[in-house]
Design a protein around this ligand. Structure first.
Ligand SMILES: *Cc1c(COP(=O)(O)O)cnc(C)c1O
Length: 226
């Protein structure tokens, strides 16, 4: 059984407001992405009808399926690891790619895109081997090398926190990403404004917001997981 989407959404929006207030941020800075990877097309449609206009999927097949059937104004986010050979089928459907993590993928996005694509560079801030993303030490040189691929626009950095309850560990992974973002943002690269932070999921989005998140990706606690 899935909980009322309306109730979930109002809880999340309240929590977003509270977390913003706590650290003196404006809640308008936060984009809530409804992650629909676990749920049906009907449930995704319900989310859109209730006013969620950003949806995220982590697999190409899931994104195309929802993209073809969900009606209304939707901004599509690709949040999963992306194989280069799948870029051509994805590129004209997404507003943002959250998982740029290697040069070969940047080349493919550049080659297949007909306009510049907003991308987050994914960073492994927790050091867990199971996580995708660049080592924090490699992010600067990676972004510098993106300059020739003019269809790739680095709008920010993305991370996934480890699955732990220890708040200090969560804060540390998020603040590491923010510090990196600040350093890159200061360089004022025209192809890499790098002003956004995609971080925070069902279990940690409030902490992520306190640490500077601009895009939170919520599945289980918004649309559910069945
Ligand atoms: C599944 C997923 C989410 C959402 O996870 P929940 O814990 O269900 O909110 C967010 N980001 C990424 C990259 C995911 O794969």
């Amino acid at each position: 059984m899935s909980l009322s989407l309306e109730a979930n959404l109002s809880t999340i929006l309240n929590n977003v407001r509270q977390s913003c207030e706590k650290v003196g941020r404006n809640h308008d800075e936060i984009t809530v992405i409804g992650v629909t990877k676990y749920v049906t097309i009907e449930r995704a449609q319900e989310a859109v009808d209730k006013g969620i206009c950003h949806l995220g999927e982590n697999r190409l097949e899931g994104l195309i399926d929802k993209y073809q059937h969900v009606t209304g104004k939707v901004h599509w986010h690709f949040i999963g690891s992306l194989q280069s050979r799948k870029v051509k089928d994805l590129i004209d459907k997404v507003d943002m790619i959250h998982s740029l993590d290697r040069m070969s993928l940047a080349k493919e996005i550049h080659k297949r895109a007909t306009k510049s694509i907003d991308c987050f560079v994914q960073v492994n801030t927790s050091g867990e081997e199971s996580k995708h993303g660049l080592h924090p030490d490699d992010v600067h040189s990676f972004i510098e090398k993106l300059a020739p691929y003019t269809n790739v626009r680095v709008v920010g950095l993305m991370t996934m926190a480890p699955h732990v309850d220890d708040e200090s560990i969560l804060r540390q992974t998020f603040s590491t990403l923010r510090a990196l973002r600040d350093d890159i943002n200061k360089k004022q690269l025209d192809y890499a404004p790098c002003s956004y932070l995609s971080m925070g999921m069902s279990n940690d989005y409030q902490i992520a917001i306190e640490e500077g998140a601009t895009h939170i990706r919520i599945g289980t606690k918004l649309v559910g997981s069945n």
